[in-house]
Design a protein around this ligand. Structure first.
Ligand SMILES: Nc1ncnc2c1ncn2[C@@H]1O[C@H](COP(=O)(O)OP(=O)(O)OP(=O)(O)O)[C@@H](O)[C@H]1O
Ligand SMILES: O=P(O)(O)OC[C@H]1O[C@](O)(CO)[C@@H](O)[C@@H]1O
Ligand SMILES: [Mg+2]
Length: 472
C-alpha cells in the first residue's frame, strides 16, 4: 500500500489491488453486426493489412477483442475519504484499432460520409482521412460523400470521393461536403442508405448529430441491415461528453487569441478602456475558459455555467470599477451563452434554430450598452470606452492546426478499423489519451460542461481575481 510521508509525499511502493478504491469495472459494450444478423449471413475475412507491405503486422499489432481501457478512474484517493469523483466503480471502453478478423470484404464496402451541425476546424481532415484510410489501408474503392447534412441522404445524389480529389482537403477550413441543421427524417435517411446499398455510414457531428445517429443505428438494427454506423464527434464548443476533447477545439482556442490580443491593445491604449470579446460557446464556456487561461490578459471570464450579475456588491460593475482604478483598463471575455437570462427578449424574437437549439441574444452588444450606461451614470464627463470584438465564425472557419490534424487522422482511422471489424452504433473518441469505441447512445446523452468546482475554474479565478458572483 502506498505510504504518505510527513511531507505529504507518497512513497514508491506496490499497491495491493484489493485495497484500490475501484472495486468494480463496467465494460461499456459497443454494438456489433453479430447482435442482429445471423453469423451465417456475415462474411469474415482476414484483415487486408496482413498483406500490406507498409505494415507487416505481427500478432501484437492487432487489438484483441478483450482489450479494453479504463475511463478517468485512475488511482485517486487511496484513503477512500474523498468522494469526488465517485469511487468504487470504474468504466472501460473497447480500445480502437485494427482487428485481425474483419467483417467486410473491402471489394463489397460502400461507404457514406456525412457532416452535420456547425463548422469546426478539422472536419475536412476527418473526411479526407476516412477516404484515404479506407482506400489505402483496406483497399476500399466505393466511398461517397452525402451533401448538406442529414437532409442530403434524401435530397441529393451521393458524390463519389477519391483519394485524388481529397488530397488537399486537410488544408481547408469548413466542410467540403457542406453541412446543415434540421432536416432529420429517419425513415427517408435509412431508406436512402438501403437504396444506395451503403454498408458503412460515417457520421461527423456534435451532440445533436449523435442523437440522430442513435436513431439511425436503432432503425438499421430493427431492419436487420448489414450496415456499420460510426460516429466521429465534432463540436467547436467541446461540449460532447465522455471524450477527452473535441477535435478542432484547440485550433479554435488558438484563433481566439488574436481577438483577445486586439482587445487588450485597444483597452490599454485608451483612458478607462474596456476590451470586450465574445467567443462561441452555446451552453458551455470551454472556449472562453481555455482562451482566458492561455492569454493571461483577461481580467474577467464569463461563462454560462457560472451565472453573473452587474450591479451591487460582488457584481461585474464593482469589479471593473476597481480594475480601472488599479490598472486603467480591463479585458472581459464572455461566452455567447452567458448571461442570457439577464437580457430582455421580446416575444417575437426567434427562440430556436432548425435543429431545435436555442438562438441566443447578443450578450456582447447588450454588455457593451450596459457598461456605457453605467459609466455615464456613475462617472459623467469622464473618459471611457468599450471596444467590442466579436470574432464569431472566425475561430471555427479555419483549417485545423497540426495537432488537431493529427488527432483528426487518428479518429478517422479508429472509426474505419471499428466499422471494418463489424462494430456499429459506436463513436471513435479519445478517452484518457487512448482511442476507444464508445456507444453512440452514451455520447449522445452526455454533455461536457465546465465544472466550476474543479481546479481549472479556480485557476481562472486566481489569475483574473474576478468575483465568484455568489452574491455574498
Ligand atoms: N434529437 C435528435 N434526433 C434526431 N436528429 C437530431 C436530434 N437533434 C439534432 N438532430 C439533427 O442533427 C443535426 C445536427 O444537429 P445540431 O444542429 O444540433 O448540431 P450538432 O450536431 O449538435 O453540432 P454543433 O452543436 O457542434 O453545431 C441536424 O440535422 C438535426 O436535425
Ligand atoms: O450560426 P450557426 O452556424 O447555426 O451556429 C452557431 C453555433 O454553433 C456553434 O459553433 C456550435 O457548433 C456554437 O458555438 C454556436 O452557437
Ligand atoms: Mg450541438
Amino acid at each position: 500500500m502506498a505510504e504518505e510521508k510527513e511531507g505529504g509525499e507518497i512513497e514508491e511502493s506496490v499497491i495491493e489491488l484489493e485495497k484500490l478504491s475501484i472495486s468494480k469495472i463496467k465494460i461499456k459494450k459497443v454494438g456489433h453486426l453479430r447482435d442482429f444478423i445471423p453469423i451465417s449471413q456475415l462474411k469474415t475475412v482476414t484483415n487486408p493489412l496482413q498483406n500490406n507491405p507498409n505494415y507487416r503486422p505481427t500478432d501484437a499489432f492487432y487489438i484483441s477483442p478483450s482489450s479494453d481501457i479504463l475511463l478517468k478512474q485512475v488511482l485517486y484517493d487511496l484513503s477512500g475519504t474523498n468522494q469526488y469523483p465517485p469511487y468504487g466503480y470504474g468504466f472501460a471502453y473497447h480500445r480502437a484499432g485494427p482487428r485481425k478478423l474483419v467483417y467486410f470484404d473491402p471489394d463489397e464496402v460502400k461507404a457514406a460520409i456525412v457532416t452535420c451541425g456547425g463548422l469546426c476546424p478539422g472536419i475536412n481532415t476527418v473526411i479526407r482521412e476516412i477516404v484515404v484510410g479506407l482506400s489505402d489501408l483496406y483497399g476500399v474503392g466505393q466511398i461517397f460523400g452525402i451533401s448538406s447534412g442529414y437532409r442530403g441522404f434524401y435530397s441529393f445524389d451521393p458524390v463519389l470521393l477519391t483519394t485524388k480529389m481529397v488530397h488537399n482537403w486537410h488544408k481547408q477550413g469548413g466542410t467540403a461536403l457542406e453541412t446543415s441543421r434540421g432536416g432529420f427524417d429517419l425513415s427517408r435517411i435509412v431508406d436512402s442508405i438501403e437504396h444506395h446499398g451503403f454498408n458503412h455510414v460515417y457520421i461527423i457531428g456534435g451532440d445533436g448529430t449523435m442523437r440522430g445517429a442513435v436513431k439511425i443505428y436503432e432503425e438499421i438494427c430493427r431492419r436487420k441491415l448489414n450496415v456499420a454506423v460510426a460516429g466521429i464527434p465534432k463540436t467547436v464548443d467541446n461540449d460532447v461528453g465522455v471524450i477527452d476533447q473535441s477535435f478542432g477545439f484547440q485550433t479554435a482556442v488558438e484563433s481566439a487569441q488574436q481577438a483577445i490580443n486586439a482587445a487588450h491593445v485597444e483597452a490599454e491604449s485608451a483612458v478607462n478602456g474596456i476590451g470586450l470579446v465574445k467567443l462561441m460557446g452555446r451552453s458551455t464556456g470551454h472556449i472562453a475558459l481555455h482562451a482566458t487561461l492561455s492569454s493571461r490578459d483577461v481580467d474577467c471570464c464569463l461563462i454560462p455555467e457560472n451565472e453573473f450579475f452587474l450591479q451591487g456588491k460582488g457584481g461585474l460593475l464593482e469589479f471593473l470599477e476597481r480594475r480601472l482604478k488599479e490598472i486603467g483598463h480591463a479585458v472581459v471575455v464572455v461566452a455567447e451563452g452567458a448571461g442570457q437570462e439577464l437580457i430582455p427578449r421580446t416575444e417575437e424574437e426567434q427562440q430556436q434554430d432548425e435543429s431545435g437549439n436555442p438562438v441566443f441574444l447578443d450578450v456582447g452588444v447588450w454588455l457593451k450598452s450596459e457598461l456605457n450606461k453605467w459609466w455615464k451614470r456613475d462617472h459623467p464627463g469622464e473618459l471611457f470606452t468599450v471596444k467590442y470584438i466579436d470574432p464569431t465564425y472566425m475561430i471555427r472557419a479555419v483549417p485545423a492546426n497540426a495537432t488537431d490534424n493529427m488527432y483528426c487522422t487518428l479518429l478517422a482511422h479508429s472509426a474505419i478499423h471499428g466499422a471494418m471489424a463489424g462494430y456499429t452504433g459506436f463513436v471513435a473518441g479519445r478517452v484518457n489519451g487512448t482511442y476507444a469505441y464508445i456507444p453512440v447512445k452514451e455520447v449522445a446523452e452526455t454533455k461536457n460542461m465546465v465544472d466550476t468546482m474543479d481546479h481549472k475554474w479556480a485557476w481562472v479565478r486566481s489569475i483574473t481575481n474576478q468575483p465568484d458572483f455568489q452574491n455574498t
